[in-house]
Design a protein around this ligand. Structure first.
Ligand code: SAM
Length: 345
């Protein structure tokens, strides 16, 4: 039983490395329920039973990186690579706006669009949809690039750190990728005034209770505005194809711990959580999440953005995703909030 540590976290908003490790070593089902009840109560107090939605456009699966876990890594020759044009992306935003999205998340592999082209795109979206936020998720860039994109109007940036444990990071990525650079990027994004998102895959290969403890210490110290947490799910064409998927229950528990540690954080119930369990996103909400990010990509490319096997919603379109989500949330007593849903302290 680790209820006393969950209470301590709730009160003091921090724990030591040893205490975090103990939580992950010793927690049981009752602890997870205990944490979920507290996390849900915090979330409802701050956000009500309202869920922010963000429409995600996966605008390219071209990637120069080679992360061992990821289905669109550059070494995977079985991917049909695509790059959507700015006009196609704007069309997705139009459709998304009609469906009720007031945040557009532009995600891709690394290096798919030049920074200049991305800046142009951000400016066009902000001109056409002045009441909407733009979130970028295009990986590691240099400070000047992040500054230019901020200047162009981007509001938020998602860059999962993947793990706060350098040794673990090196087991997930090839030598040319660096833990230090990833962390430097996150700091720069925050310094530039982006609402900044970090995050991890729960159960990624070689993850330990100690590495999870380091992730929680990192969250408590860095205080990201957004935290993306989903289970690791294997992809058949990657070096990790035979690795075990992450635990559904542990993912929910970590969502609850994040909500308790950082009450105002924007916390999505991710697509990976919806993939590992048919009611994963609903349970994510009931465990403290307050954001859902449905897919807004055009139908013909959805199947090509396969980060992991069996990803959900690849056969639906934007308005179907909107309706389905509304129904799912209503069933658990929640509803969609049609606003930008910015971070507030
Ligand atoms: N290229 C950008 C980046 O790296 O930040 C954005 C796209 S990247 C594919 C988005 C996220 O997908 C990664 O941060 C990673 O955590 C997640 N992801 C990739 N492969 C995954 C897998 N097999 N299982 C679960 N999540 C995965």
């Amino acid at each position: 039983m680790v209820e006393h540590l969950i209470d301590k976290l709730n009160k003091e908003k921090e724990l030591s490395f040893e205490q975090w490790t103990e939580i992950f070593e010793k927690y049981d089902k009752d602890d997870a329920k205990y944490a979920a009840d507290i996390a849900r109560e915090i979330s409802v107090k701050i956000f009500g039973k309202k869920i922010y939605i963000r429409g995600i456009v996966e605008f390219s699966n071209v990637c120069r990186n080679d992360c061992y876990y990821c289905g669109i890594r550059c070494s995977n020759k079985n991917v049909n690579r695509y790059i959507l044009s700015p006009e196609q992306i704007l069309e997705c935003c139009n459709e998304g706006y009609e469906t009720g999205f007031r945040t557009f998340v532009l995600q891709s592999g690394e290096g798919a669009y030049s920074v200049a082209k991305l800046c142009d795109l951000v400016k066009r979206i902000k001109a056409d949809f002045s009441d909407c936020a733009v979130t970028l998720s295009v990986g590691e860039l240099e400070y000047d690039d992040y500054a230019a994109l901020k200047e162009a109007g981007a509001d938020r940036y998602l860059l999962r750190h993947e793990t706060a444990d350098k040794e673990h990071y090196e087991k997930l990525h090839p030598d040319f990728m660096s833990f230090e650079h990833r962390m430097k990027c996150l700091q720069e994004l925050k310094d530039l005034g982006y609402q900044t998102g970090a995050g991890i895959m729960v159960g990624s290969p070689y993850q330990t209770n100690e590495s999870l403890a380091k992730d929680m210490l990192f969250f408590c110290d860095f205080k990201p505005h957004m935290i993306g947490i989903g289970p690791f799910l294997p992809h058949k064409d990657t070096p990790f194809k035979d690795m075990q998927k992450g635990s559904y229950e542990l993912t929910l528990f970590i969502l609850s711990l994040c909500r308790i540690a950082l009450p105002n954080v924007l916390l999505p119930a991710t697509t990976a959580l919806g993939t590992i369990h048919p009611l994963g996103r609903e349970q994510g909400v009931l465990s403290g999440a307050n954001v859902i990010m449905p897919n807004m990509s055009p139908g013909q490319v959805r199947k090509e953005y396969m980060l992991y096997d069996n990803k959900i919603c690849v056969d639906d379109n934007t308005s179907q995703c909107g309706n389905c989500l509304q129904m799912r949330l209503n069933k658990i007593g929640y509803e969609i909030e049609v606003t930008r849903g910015d971070y507030h302290d």
